[in-house]
Design a protein around this ligand. Structure first.
Ligand code: ARG
Ligand code: GLU
Length: 675
C-alpha cells in the first residue's frame, strides 16, 4: 500500500517536473499553471498575480510607450524599464548642452523630473473573454466603447487569441504625464551596443527610471504642474538577496509576437525566403551607413538610432535562421502535419487549404516585406509626406521637418536609394507602371536613383519649401511608387499567417489541434497583451566544452574596458569604484571574487516587447529587469528550445549600484525602501 502510494507520488512528481518552461500565459487564467509554478518554487497564489477583487501584481506592470514593459516599484509611481525603451524619450530631451544620452540624467528631487511629451504608459484594469459576446452579434467597437465609458482615462481593445478562436477585452488606464527621473550614461545603459546585442555573457546596465503622475484624484490626466505622483494599487518590493542557478523566475510583461502554431509552409517562408532576403537588404544598408559613420562623427551620431534599429532585427534574424536549421523545425513541422493528417483524415483539408492560402497571398505579403525593407527606407520621401500632410498645421510641419533634417545626410540617403531601388526592382513581383516608365526612361534603377539625387532641391531644410516639394522629382517618385505602397498596405499584418484569408483557415486548424494533441500545453501566441512566463535561473552549454554561467559581474565590464572603442569605453566612475573596490552595500562574493553582479540569464519564454519586464522571484519580489535573449534563442518565436533558450536580465543589484555610485541618487534608493 505504502509502496504504491510512493510510486504514484513519484510518477506525479516526475510528470510535473517534465512540464516545460515554454509558454506565455494569460494572467487571468494563470490558475491552470499554478501547480506547476509552485512545484518550481513560486510561493504565492494565482490571485497575487492577477485579481479583479484585490490589488495584485498586474497593477504594478505597465505597457511602456506602446512596445515595451515597465514596473512600478514605489508608492509614488516610480517606474523602471530598459534604457533602450526610454531611449527615444531621453534623446528627445537631450540637447548639445544637456546631452542626457551621453552623460546620463539624475533628478535629485521630484521638481527636477522632466516631462516627456508623447510618452504614455498603460496599466491593465482587467481582462475578460468576450468570445461569446462577439458570437452573439456585439461588435468589437461596441464592446470597446462600453468599456471605455466605465472610467476616467480608460482605453480598451479587443484582441483575438488562437487565430480568432477566442477574443479578449483588455481595459487599461492610460497615463500621459510620465516624467524622466534617471538614466545612466550610454556607456552603461547601452554598454557593448551592437557587438554585444543578443549576446551572452552580457554587461549592459539596460535600465532607465520614470515616474507616473496623476491628477489630485489619482486619475490619468494630461501633463500639469499640479499633478501628483501616481499612487499605484500595488508596487513591487525589491529583493537584493540575489539569485543562484536553479532559482525560480517569473516574467510579467507584454510580449509582442510569436508564431507557435504555424505550418511548415510558413516556417519555410521565414527560414528560406523572408529572413534571408531581409538580412541581405539590411546588410547593404548597414554597410552604407557604417561606412559613412566611420568617416564623420557627425554622421555617426545622426544615424545612431537608425543604425541600432536596423541592426537589431538584422542580427536577430540571422540567429533565427540558424536556430530553425539547427532544431530542424521544418522537418518537425512536416512530421507533425503528417501525423495530424493520419489521425484526422476528415480534417486534412485544413492543411491543404492553408497551403493554398499561403500561395494565394504570397505575392502580397512578399511585396509588403520587400517594400518595407527597400523603398520605405529611402528617407527623403519623408519630406514629401510631411509637406503634403493636410492633417497638421504649419507649425507642426516645421517641427517635423526640423526633426527630420536633424538626423539626415543626403549623401547617405542617395547611396541607400541607389541600393534599395535597385534591390526592389531586382526582386519585385509587383511594380507600378509609373515606376517602370521612370526607371526605363533613365536607363535603369540605379541611374534613375542617381538622377533623383542630382536633381532634387530638398537636400536641406532651407530648400524644402512647399513650392519646391510640389515640383521636386522626389515627389514624382513618391507618386510613382504609391500604387506599390497602397497594394502592400493590404498585407500589413503582424505575421504572414495573420492575413485574414490565411487566418480563417488557422482558426479551425488550431481548434482541431487542441482537440487532437491533448499532451500539448496550448498558450495563445504573443500579441502585445499581458502575459506571465516562468522558469529558472540557468546557464547553458554554449558549445562543446563551453558552459556559460548564468551570472556576470563588474569583472567582465572591466575586462572589456577599452577607451579606444566607443561601445566599450567604461565610465570613469565605474573604473574608480573597481580600483578601490568601493562597492558599498552592493558588493558581494561571486565565483570567489568580491564584486558587483551585473546581468543574469533564465529560461523564461520571452520576445520583443518583454523588454523592461519585471523579473520576479518565488516570493514575488523584483530581482531584475528583462532586456534581451541570447543569440541561440532567437528562433524561440517559432520554436522554443528548453535546453538552449535564455532571456537576459539586468540584475536589480546592478541597477541600484549604478543609481547610488554613478548617479549619486540615493534618494531613489531610500524611496524604494532599500536598507
Ligand atoms: N536586442 C534587444 C531587443 O530587442 C535590445 C535592443 C536594443 N539595443 C540595440 N543595440 N539596438 O530587442
Ligand atoms: N530587446 C527586446 C525588446 O525590445 C527583448 C529581447 C527579445 O526579443 O527577447 O523587447
Amino acid at each position: 500500500m505504502k509502496r504504491t502510494l510512493l510510486l504514484v507520488a513519484l510518477i506525479v512528481a516526475t510528470s510535473l517536473s517534465a512540464v516545460a518552461d515554454k509558454g506565455m500565459w494569460l494572467p487571468s487564467l494563470i490558475s491552470s499553471r499554478i501547480k506547476d509554478m509552485k512545484q518550481k518554487g513560486f510561493k504565492l497564489s494565482a490571485e497575487d498575480i492577477y485579481s479583479i477583487n484585490k490589488a495584485s501584481m498586474k497593477d504594478a506592470v505597465v505597457l511602456f510607450d506602446g512596445g515595451c514593459t515597465g514596473e512600478i516599484v514605489t508608492e509614488q509611481g516610480l517606474l523602471l524599464t530598459n534604457h533602450h525603451c526610454g531611449y527615444d524619450a531621453i534623446q528627445a530631451l537631450s540637447t548639445v548642452e544637456h546631452d542626457y544620452l551621453t552623460n546620463g540624467f539624475w533628478a535629485m528631487s521630484n521638481a527636477e523630473e522632466l516631462p516627456c511629451p508623447g510618452l504614455k504608459v498603460h496599466i491593465l484594469v482587467r481582462m475578460e473573454e468576450v468570445t461569446e459576446r462577439i458570437a452573439a452579434g456585439e461588435s468589437r467597437d461596441e464592446i470597446i466603447a462600453k468599456a471605455e465609458a466605465e472610467g476616467v482615462g480608460f482605453k480598451a481593445s479587443v484582441e483575438s487569441m488562437y487565430y480568432g478562436n477566442e477574443a479578449y477585452l483588455f481595459i487599461y488606464r492610460e497615463f500621459s504625464d510620465v516624467r524622466l527621473v534617471g538614466a545612466p550614461p550610454t556607456t552603461i545603459g547601452k554598454f557593448g551596443a551592437d557587438n554585444d546585442n543578443w549576446i551572452w555573457p552580457r554587461h549592459t546596465g539596460d535600465f532607465s527610471i520614470f515616474r507616473i503622475y496623476a491628477d489630485k484624484d489619482n486619475n490619468p490626466a494630461a501633463y500639469s504642474a499640479d499633478n501628483k505622483p501616481y499612487t499605484p494599487a500595488r508596487h513591487f518590493e525589491i529583493s537584493t538577496k540575489g539569485v543562484k542557478e536553479g532559482d525560480f523566475t517569473m516574467i510579467y510583461g507584454f510580449p509582442g509576437n510569436t508564431q507557435e502554431y504555424i505550418t511548415s509552409d510558413a516556417v519555410r517562408y521565414v527560414a528560406e525566403t523572408s529572413d534571408p532576403l531581409k538580412i541581405d537588404l539590411r546588410t547593404q544598408r548597414l554597410d552604407i551607413i557604417g561606412a559613412a559613420q566611420k568617416q564623420s562623427s557627425e554622421t555617426r551620431i545622426k544615424y545612431a538610432a537608425k543604425q541600432a534599429n536596423i541592426a537589431n532585427a538584422w542580427k536577430k534574424w540571422q540567429g533565427e535562421v540558424k536556430g530553425i536549421n539547427r532544431l530542424g523545425t521544418l522537418s518537425k513541422k512536416l512530421d507533425y502535419e503528417a501525423r495530424f493528417r493520419k489521425d484526422n483524415p476528415d480534417k486534412a483539408y485544413l492543411l491543404d487549404s492553408l497551403s493554398e492560402a499561403y500561395n494565394r497571398n504570397y505575392e502580397g505579403y512578399f511585396t509588403y516585406e520587400l517594400y518595407n525593407e527597400t523603398l520605405r527606407g529611402i528617407e527623403l520621401q519623408q519630406v514629401v509626406y510631411i509637406g503634403l500632410n493636410s492633417t497638421i498645421d504649419d507649425e507642426k510641419k516645421a517641427a517635423a521637418m526640423a526633426q527630420f533634417y536633424k538626423d539626415f545626410d543626403i549623401n547617405v540617403d542617395r547611396q541607400l536609394a541607389v541600393a534599395m531601388l535597385t534591390a526592389y526592382c531586382d526582386n519585385a513581383l509587383v511594380i507600378s507602371e509609373e515606376l517602370e516608365a521612370l526607371v526605363a526612361a533613365h536607363g535603369g534603377a540605379a541611374a534613375y536613383a542617381e538622377w533623383l539625387y542630382d536633381n532634387t532641391k530638398l537636400d536641406s531644410i532651407e530648400g524644402a519649401t512647399m513650392e519646391a516639394i510640389l515640383n521636386d522629382p522626389i515627389t514624382e517618385f513618391v507618386f510613382a511608387i504609391e500604387p506599390i505602397r497602397e497594394f502592400a498596405s493590404h498585407y500589413a499584418y503582424r505575421n504572414f499567417s495573420n492575413i485574414p484569408d490565411i487566418e480563417r483557415w488557422y482558426r479551425p486548424y488550431v481548434k482541431a489541434l487542441m482537440e487532437w494533441d491533448k499532451e500539448r500545453a496550448f498558450f495563445p501566441d504573443a500579441n502585445l497583451t499581458l502575459r506571465v512566463a516562468y522558469g529558472k535561473v540557468a546557464g547553458y552549454d554554449y558549445a562543446d566544452g563551453e558552459y556559460h554561467l548564468p551570472q556576470t559581474t563588474l569583472e567582465g565590464i572591466i575586462a572589456k574596458d577599452n577607451p579606444e572603442i566607443y561601445d566599450y569605453n567604461v565610465p570613469q566612475a565605474l573604473r574608480d569604484a573597481y580600483a578601490k573596490k568601493d562597492y558599498g552595500r552592493w558588493g558581494v562574493n561571486i565565483n570567489g571574487k568580491y564584486t558587483v553582479p551585473v546581468c543574469f540569464i533564465a529560461t523564461n519564454h520571452t520576445t520583443g516587447g518583454n523588454s523592461g519586464s519585471p523579473v520576479i522571484n518565488g516570493k514575488g519580489e523584483l530581482i531584475g529587469i528583462n532586456f534581451d535573449r541570447t543569440w541561440l534563442s532567437t528562433m524561440s518565436d517559432i520554436e522554443f528550445d528548453e535546453t538552449l533558450c535564455r532571456n537576459i536580465i539586468c540584475d536589480i543589484r546592478y541597477v541600484l549600484f549604478v543609481i547610488d555610485k554613478v548617479g549619486g541618487a540615493g534618494w531613489l534608493i531610500d524611496e524604494m525602501g532599500i536598507k
